[in-house]
Write a protein that binds this ligand. Structure first.
Ligand SMILES: [Zn+2]
Ligand SMILES: [Zn+2]
Length: 448
């Protein structure tokens, strides 16, 4: 166990013996020698903030594709200094990321050189699954969706609007952090609902309205903490006819409904609230997690094991720490948006498979053995987008790591100033809000 003090906010945080074991497990080896990942200098929250700063989830702009000139929706405004390609151009041979290759310069810092490359390689307009969206132009961080509008960080949807972090859902509006919703409105932290409105922390319910923490209920209104109930109104058991009359009267009058909402907000504080919303979890801490085992300080995810400090992880994560926006990953550390991947650290956006990747961004389609690369597809043994033989790669990387140890960069995720986005465009602003003055003082970009 080790006590560290955060280099960013000053908070004390503990590095446990399990953490130290994990760092050992993910430390890369080259030429038979292990290069240990040092313990973090930022606390878990500051590490999370630094990753979120790389991600623009929902600030959309209209602009031209810099390759085909088509008008597109993009995460970058016309004012952005980045070259931006539409999905079709980015994923096509029009993008030759190797043409931006650089030799590593040992007289300069790694982040400085990476940032130059990051600025030159054309960026993706939106982060969506290629050819997996139908009639869903105004969405981001999405795959497998049909007829969706203004939905973000979501998968497997049909006919959904104005929602974030929802999965496997249909005909749903204004909802967040939920799975398997159908015909739902204003539902948050819910699972498996049908025809429900204004529900929170509830599961396996149908035809319920304005309720909190219900399980296996139907036709309930204004209820809290109920299990296997039907026709309850503010937790009072009614006959079906009486229930239907009362609910119909409230539903048809906007004023009545608003009053019911106000009454419900007072009502629900009379009841004990579960400390966290966890479904079928074992030895885990965090909120809105399901089917997890040994998962700690993690939020909004499911079906994962032996993970820590995770956020937005819809499934199959094993042996990972500090990852936000990911699924089907193993041995991944301090990275953002990896899906799926194995043995990846300090990277942003590794999509459609990746293996043995360090300090890279937007590398897709089963890349392997990359260091400091941007925008490569199905590639291997590259450093700053320059291709090497496996033997050369194994020899150069240790030198770069030693160099990065001296500059204090090794073991640190990309600094916030490297982000393609203004701090106020990024998800960091949603969870760690800053004023323009505070952001500029820290050296972060700001988009006016
Ligand atoms: Zn901190
Ligand atoms: Zn284009």
């Amino acid at each position: 166990m080790q006590e560290n003090s955060c280099k960013n906010c000053g908070a004390h945080f503990t590095v446990t013996s399990d953490d130290l074991e994990f760092y050992k497990k993910i430390s890369p080896s080259f030429d038979g020698k292990i290069y240990e990942i040092p313990t973090p200098t930022f606390c878990p929250d500051c590490r999370f903030q630094r990753r979120l700063a790389m991600r623009n989830e929902h600030k959309l702009y209209k602009r031209k594709c810099d390759s085909c000139d088509k008008t597109i929706i993009a995460l970058f405004s016309e004012k952005s200094e980045y070259t931006v390609y539409c999905q079709d151009c980015w994923w096509s041979d029009k993008l030759d990321a190797h043409s931006y290759a650089k030799e590593f310069d040992f007289s300069r810092t790694f982040f400085e050189q990476f940032n130059e490359l990051y600025k030159k390689v054309p960026a993706m307009n939106l982060i969506n699954g290629l050819n997996s969206l139908q009639n869903s132009e105004y969405v981001n961080f999405m795959t497998d969706a049909k007829n969706c509008y203004l939905v973000f960080a979501a998968n497997w949807l049909e006919d959904c609007m104005f929602s974030s972090f929802i999965w496997k859902s249909k005909d749903t509006l204004d909802s967040a952090f939920s799975t398997d919703l159908e015909l739902c409105y204003e539902c948050v932290d819910c699972d498996h609902l049908y025809n429900c409105d204004y529900l929170r922390n509830s599961e396996s319910c149908s035809d319920c309205v304005l309720s909190f923490d219900l399980k296996n209920c139907s036709h309930c209104f204004g209820c809290v903490n109920l299990r296997n109930k039907k026709y309850c109104f503010f937790n009072e058991q009614l006959e079906q006819g009486e229930y239907e009359n009362r609910v119909a009267a409230i539903k048809k009058d906007k004023q009545e409904f608003q009053e019911a909402q106000e009454r419900f907000e007072q009502f629900r504080y009379r009841f004990p609230h579960l400390y966290a919303h966890q479904i079928h979890c074992e030895n885990s801490t965090g909120d809105a997690i399901k089917n997890c085992k040994n998962v700690f300080n993690s939020f909004e995810g499911y079906e994962s094991e032996d993970c820590k400090n995770m956020f937005n992880f819809p499934g199959q994560c094993k042996d990972c720490m500090d990852v936000s926006g990911c699924a089907e990953i193993q041995l991944v550390y301090d990275s953002a948006c990896v899906f799926p991947g194995y043995n990846i650290s300090f990277s942003n956006m590794v999509l459609n498979g990746g293996n043995n990747i360090l300090y890279s961004a937007f590398c897709v389609n089963n890349c392997k053995n990359l260091f400091g690369c941007v925008g490569l597809k199905k590639d291997e043994y590259s450093i700053l987008n320059k291709k090497y033989t496996p033997e050369e790669y194994e020899k150069i990387i240790p030198k770069i790591i030693e160099h990065m140890r001296r500059t204090g960069e090794f073991g640190e995720f990309f600094t916030v100033s490297i982000s393609q986005f203004g701090y106020n465009e990024s998800s960091a602003q949603d969870y760690f809000p800053m004023t323009k003055e505070q952001a500029i003082k820290k050296g972060y970009k700001w988009r006016d």
